[in-house]
Write a protein that binds this ligand. Structure first.
Ligand SMILES: [Zn+2]
Length: 340
């Protein structure tokens, strides 16, 4: 036997542990080994076929996802096939039945997601809400590592939260826990996508920041560098202007942080978390956002020990690590049930 052949013979067969993070625009697939080391990652567009009825299955998307997973597992040299698969799905998700109950951005209502993907992949597929999955990733391997009581928020296009109490994720009776986007803010008048006025999401989100910047630019009595952009400022434009000393842009971030801090103060009083983690695109603003949140909580939270207010650490890997961890936990729990 040649050295090369001997070496090839000694290579153990490798199984793929699959994590998938489905977003409104892109879907990210991660292939891990059994110890959750990321081997390969790929982002694909969340291409959705036109669905005549909201109850129709997005079969084309399921087929595309299956093909991409198998291809990526092959590229990661996982010659022993797939071991398991976990997925984060936006909207209201029933993780017990594996159903996407209401992902309005994607037009999915009552879709038996886990069953459909499991039959295509030939392994167990577990799904949960994308923010709970993201939070699990941050708690296992990111900013929340070592904490048992954690509030985790994502602030991007919209806003959502996940809650860990005594080390366990809180789902709520209808898996609706953490859906704080449409909680009203006193005195706020911005129109939200839900049609109501003054929702948290109409302020604490990329689109809320953009809207407030546009309103500032439209006022003749406001002096801001954002006006020179000659387009509606994005949240990133506002962030850039704030870091360059624009007082109006800094004021927008302070207001956003204070609104979020006020909402979080109530949650902190109710749950007594060790840490509050803020992730998502808007959290990239760092202390511009986190500072006012911390100030608001420190100012009124009477407990001597304040929660740590932390920026998420893992970026888009949080959703992948969370998804694969969720599937592993599910798999272990199922095995335990079989053994007893
Ligand atoms: Zn709303």
């Amino acid at each position: 036997m040649t050295d090369a052949a001997a070496e090839a013979g000694s290579v153990a067969l490798k199984q793929a542990y699959v994590g998938v993070d489905i977003g409104g625009t892109n879907t990210v697939i991660g292939i891990f080994d059994h110890s959750r080391q990321l081997l390969k990652k790929k982002s694909i567009p969340t291409l959705l076929p036109h669905l005549p009825k909201s109850t129709d299955l997005p079969a084309t998307f399921f087929d595309l996802l299956r093909d991409e997973i198998f291809l990526l597992a092959q590229e990661a040299d996982c010659s022993d096939g797939l071991a398991l698969c976990g997925m984060g799905v936006p909207g209201i998700v029933d993780p017990v039945r594996g159903r996407a109950e209401a992902a309005s951005n994607l037009g999915w209502f009552g879709v038996p997601f886990a069953e459909q993907m499991s039959s295509r992949l030939g392994v167990s597929v577990c799904i949960d809400n994308d923010v709970r999955i993201y939070a699990l990733g941050e708690v296992i391997a990111g900013a929340g590592h070592g904490y048992r009581n954690v509030l985790c928020l994502t602030v991007g296009t919209g806003i959502a939260a996940a809650i860990f109490a005594d080390g366990r994720i809180v789902m709520g009776g209808d898996y609706f826990a953490g859906e704080i986007g449409h909680d009203p803010v006193d005195g706020a008048v911005g129109v939200c996508i839900c049609g109501r006025q003054g929702c948290v999401e109409s302020i604490v989100s990329a689109k809320g920041i953009s809207r407030m910047a546009r309103e500032a630019v439209e006022r003749d009595d406001v002096s801001t560098s954002l006006r020179s952009l000659n387009q509606v400022p994005t949240a990133f434009d506002v962030y850039t202007a704030a870091t360059e000393g624009d007082v109006v842009a800094q004021g927008i971030f302070r207001y956003v942080g204070e609104v979020l801090g006020s909402k979080l103060l109530t949650a902190v009083c109710l749950l007594n978390p060790d840490a509050v983690i803020i992730g998502g695109g808007v959290a990239e603003a760092g202390e511009l956002l986190l500072g006012p949140i911390r100030d608001k909580i420190d100012e009124r939270y009477v407990n001597a020990k304040k929660p740590a207010i932390l920026k998420a650490k893992l970026g888009d890997s949080a959703g992948l690590i969370g998804a694969v961890s969720f599937a592993q936990q599910h798999y272990r729990a199922e095995r335990k049930e079989c053994e007893t």
